[in-house]
Structures are given as C-alpha cells and as structure tokens.
Design a protein around this ligand. Structure first.
Ligand SMILES: Nc1ncnc2c1ncn2[C@@H]1O[C@H](COP(=O)(O)OP(=O)(O)OP(=O)(O)O)[C@@H](O)[C@H]1O
Length: 507
C-alpha cells in the first residue's frame, strides 16, 4: 500500500464536557478526494482544526508524509503544505480582496491581482481583487477564501462545506478544479452535507457520529440513502406535503422598487416586484452577488428607503419602506439573515441572551431588565424543538457548530410566530437530517397560513419548499414561476441571464 499523505491515530479532543473527537483514526491517501461526513456537531470541523493546527489534540498521533509530526499552528501547517478553507470566513471586512490575500500569500500586489484574476477565470471563482470584503456577499467571500488557499499551492487542501453557497454552475466548475488539483498531486479533505456531491467527487469517505468514526467507505458504492443512514443512524423522513394554495391575503408586496446604492460595489436593483401571500412560500433563486444582500437589507429594514420613495414596500398592507427593522418586526415580520455569526447572533453571548435579540417582545424582559428564567426557558424550548446540539441555554453562541447555530436562529425566529417570515439560506451548513426537519417545519407553517419568503442558492431546496420561484439576476427579478410547472434548467437560464422563451409567468 502507498504511504498515506496523512495518518491520524487515536486523535481525541474535548471542550470541557463535550468530547468533540474520540480516538479518531484516519488515513488520507495521496491524490485522493476524501469526504468527511457527519451530522451537525459530529466533530468534523474540530477534526479539521486539529489537522490544520488551529487546535491541539488532547491525545493521539499525526504522521505527515511518513514523519511523526504535530502542527503547532496554522502557519506551520501551511508551511508543510496544508491549506484550509473555513466554514466561517476569516477575512478582514475593511480590507480589499487582494489585501486579505497578502496576509497569507507573499508577493507583490500587482502580481497577486493578476494571479487572483487568473484563478478566477480558470476556476470560475470570479471576484474583483480591488473590492472591499464588506461589500461582498457570502458566496463571493467564499470564493475569496478558496482562491487565497489555492494561491499557497497546498499538498492537502481542507474544504469545510465549500459548495454550500455556490450556484450549481460553479459547483461543477469547482469540482473540475478539484479533480484537476487531485490529478496534479493534491489530496483534498472535503466536508459536505450533500451526499450526491460526495458520491460525485470523492473516492473515500469517513463517517463520524458523536465524535467517533463509524465507518470508512467508498462513497461511489453506496447510494445517498445508505450514506444518510450511516450518518444519522436512521432513515430520512419524507418531505412534508404542501396543501393546495389558499390565495390568502398579501403579507409582503414590493412594487417597482428601484435602489441605487451609494456604495460602488453594491448591486443596484431595478423595478423589483414580488408578492408573498399568507399560506405560500416564495423563493428567490440566483447566484449570490446579484442583489440578494441589497434586497434582503431593504426588506428587513436594515436599509431604509428615503421619504420620496413611498409606496414601494408593503408589509401586512402597510407601507414600510421608511420604517426601521424594529418597526417592521412589530408588524409581525421576522428575519433570518444569511450571515448567522455576524448579524444573526452575537458569538460571545449565551444562547439565552441571543434569544433576547429578537424574541424580547415575548415577555422576556421585566421592567427593562432581562427576565433570566423566561429567557432561559425560551432558549431551552428552542434547543429542544429544533434539536440544537449544545450543552444548554448558557452555552456561548460561538461554541456551537455551524449547523447547530443555524438551527437555533431559525428556531428562534419561527418561535416568534410571525405573520411574515423571511429566511436567507435556511439550511446553509445544516446537515441533511436537520435540513429536512427545518424544511418540513417551514412547509407546515405555510400550511397554517404563514407567508414565507426564502432566498436560497440551492435550486433543489427551492423546489422542495416553494410555491413560486423568482430569479434575481443583475439586480432584476424574473416573473414569478410556478415551481411545480418549472424545470431546474429554466431557473438556471434565468440565473445566467438567458431567458426562457416559454416561461410560466403568473399574470
Ligand atoms: N470552541 C468550542 N467550545 C466548546 N464546544 C465546542 C467548540 N468547538 C466545537 N465544540 C463542540 O464540539 C462538538 C463538535 O463540533 P464541530 O464543530 O466539530 O461539529 P461539526 O461536525 O463540524 O458540525 P457542523 O456540521 O454543524 O459544522 C459540538 O458539540 C460543538 O458544540
């Protein structure tokens, strides 16, 4: 047998009471794409952090290219040829793309700009090297992370859910890239919750459950159902059937909204119109960076329209364009932003305190002070209902695994029983078991009459959830398409700006 590029034996790591990794054995062969599979909180990110030197194991040995070794820091791991793209981005918001790159990759700025452009062209990872990171969408930030990593020429590339925010076209391009990298001698550790992707690209898979290895398999020899069962220890639930449309009242209406941002990197919106009624789910598809964050901010109230732009955004029948986020929430609006650690939750605060951020109207304050008992009870209920794996309501939000924090934030907003719920990327980073639970919940709420707006880059998710789909491209929205009568390719054409001639537009 060839000597593995990386061998782990008996690797363990605990955080207080939580045994995130227990006696992990793992061999990564040279020139292989190796999947790490597991539910939210199974210990995948922890294991990757140990390999990349971000954390040190409590126990166990690491052998790199046949030599016993321990990576004391990410800098050392990078020197040896390990590169990592994180699930939570590690970019500085106020710096430009190329300045962020310079922090890790030596070289002259002009050369780096050229190399970034070249990688972008070659691998479908286009991004403006001079753009400030704070102006970029989540998807674009991820592209920057991947490019930055590729620029260090790693022997082992660790990708923590790299496809979660990429549109389907770019996923295939990324896979071509990864295959080319592998054929050129790079091994790849690939974390993903998308089993079909794993079967398409990986030649090995290691499955984790509760911090332990439960199997090493060749994913091409198992179907997605098999893999899911190994991962979650049971069969997947069936999707929730949607009741026929009720033709309910309009809860959100946007009429011919134009938006010209001050920021030169932001995307202008032109004549955006949409309607979401009680008892229906409208999905907005599109590649990130086409105006999603601008539209989301205008709907959530983080961006307020100037006084002269009246009669553009209505919620529950009221013109809300000039109202701030809090005033919109008072009308029965709730919002899950795509950026869960930055805007959805405060990482240093407990889950109980994070509940207060939006759920304070549910009687969690008394005389202006936090009612601890009620805040704890609320957080505990959210943890229970949404199967959030954590030590309890006192855990810091930042200590939760990505998917578990997402479940908590989505749960918190749903528990407000809003009339209108707006969720950006509802299941980004959430494992398939939990993602299907979140989707079932959204459909059940729709059946009970909630109006739901979803922005997602995952076409399959939109088809599973939505009654209608509109596609955002270069700041304009396609007509509403009836999801049941539309094919993914039709959506794909709108996503790249090539209109379908036979659209099933609503009158
Ligand atoms: N810094 C930390 N402090 C406390 N607990 C932590 C910390 N980091 C991880 N954990 C816990 O360790 C366990 C494993 O988390 P990890 O992030 O490795 O899971 P994961 O498999 O990557 O999950 P996901 O798919 O949701 O990203 C979880 O219970 C998590 O809450």
């Amino acid at each position: 047998m060839t000597v593995p590029l990386l061998s782990l034996r008996g690797i363990s790591k605990s955080y207080g009471q939580i045994r995130a990794n227990q006696a992990i054995d793992l061999d990564v062969a040279p020139q292989s794409i190796h999947a790490i599979l597991g539910e939210n909180g199974a210990g995948k990110s922890t294991l990757m952090k140990l390999i990349y030197g971000v954390e040190q194991p409590d126990d166990g040995t690491v052998v790199w290219e046949g030599e016993p070794l321990s990576f004391a820091s990410p800098a050392e791991a990078r020197r040896k040829g390990v590169g990592m793209v994180f699930q939570h981005f590690s970019l500085f918001e106020t710096l430009t793309v190329v300045e962020n790159t310079q922090l890790v990759v030596p070289g002259r700025k002009a050369d780096l700009i050229e190399r970034i452009r070249m990688l972008g062209r070659d691998f479908g990872l286009e991004v403006d090297p001079a753009a400030h990171v704070h102006t970029l969408s989540v998807g674009e930030r991820q592209r920057v992370e991947i490019i930055r990593c590729l620029l260090t020429n790693p022997k082992l590339l660790i990708l923590d859910e790299p496809t979660s925010v990429l549109p389907p076209q770019s996923v295939n391009k990324l896979f071509d890239t990864l295959r080319r990298l592998r054929d050129g001698g790079v091994s790849i550790l690939f974390i993903s919750h998308k089993l079909e992707e794993i079967r398409a690209i990986c030649d090995r898979a290691t499955i984790l459950r509760g911090g332990r290895v439960t199997g090493h398999v060749d994913p091409r020899e198992h179907d997605a159902h098999d893999l899911a069962r190994m991962m979650i220890g049971r069969d997947m639930p069936e999707p929730m059937p949607a009741l026929p449309l009720s033709g309910g009242e309009k809860r959100l209406e946007i009429v011919g909204l134009d938006y010209q941002p001050d920021d030169p990197f932001a995307v202008p919106l032109s004549t955006v119109s949409l309607t979401v009624r009680s008892g229906e789910i409208l999905g907005i598809a599109g590649i990130s960076g086409n105006g999603q964050s601008e539209l989301a901010s205008l709907i959530s109230g983080e961006l307020v329209l100037p006084r002269e732009q009246r009669d553009r955004i209505y919620m529950m029948g009221k013109d809300v364009g000039t109202l701030n986020a809090a005033a919109r929430r008072r009308l029965g609006f709730a919002f899950v932003p795509e950026d869960r650690l930055g805007r959805g939750a405060v990482p240093e605060m407990s889950l109980a305190l994070n509940s207060l951020l939006t759920a304070h109207p549910l009687d969690l304050l008394r005389h202006g002070l936090v009612d601890e008992t009620k805040a704890m009870a609320f957080a505990r209920e959210c943890i229970r209902q949404y199967d959030v794996r954590t030590s309890g309501p006192e855990a810091e939000a930042g200590s939760l695994s990505g998917g578990n924090l997402q479940k908590f934030i989505v749960g918190r907003e749903i528990m407000l029983s809003p009339k209108l719920l707006f969720v950006a990327q509802p299941t980004w980073g959430v494992d398939i078991g939990a993602a299907s639970a979140v989707r079932r919940r959204l459909v059940a709420l729709r059946n009970q009459g909630m109006a739901i707006l979803v922005i997602s880059e995952e076409i399959e998710e939109l088809f599973e959830l939505c009654d209608f789909i509109q596609v955002l491209h270069h700041g304009t929205l396609s007509p509403a398409l009836v999801a049941r009568e539309t094919r993914p390719e039709d959506i794909g054409r709108y996503m790249i700006g090539a209109h379908s001639s036979q659209e099933k537009a609503l009158a």
